[in-house]
Write a protein that binds this ligand. Sequence first.
Ligand code: THU
Length: 129
Amino acid sequence: MQDKELVEVAKKFRENAYVPYSKFKVGAAVLTKSGKVYGGCNIENSSYPVTNCAERTAIFKAVSEGEKDLVALAVIADTDGPCSPCGACRQVIAEFRIPKIIMANLKGAEKVVTLEELLPFAFSPDDLT
Ligand code: THU
């Protein structure tokens, strides 16, 4: 699957964002090694910190379906530049070792980075062994 197609899925799921507080919609999509795609959006909560980001929604959907082999993640929002995953999402992206992260915005900007670039010196499952 092309990067642009994964971004398109993320864009579609962005429309489902539940954002009554920030009004800031984010969409994400993860691609599995087997070629399946799981989309997600941010889901806010009146207890603000309980909010789940779009990236984590997409990743958790995939993992809960038994798909842990994730090869790429796309994230999109109406930002000036490509939308960058927050720190918590970076840690989750690192947990599942997603090697490629495609950051995009609604204007068509796109930036592709590696996990290493996104979160250098990550604390990883290896550190617990
Ligand atoms: N948000 C995401 O969904 N992903 C990110 O990586 C950054 C932030 C959401 C959380 C909240 O609903 C809104 O954007 C504003 O922070």
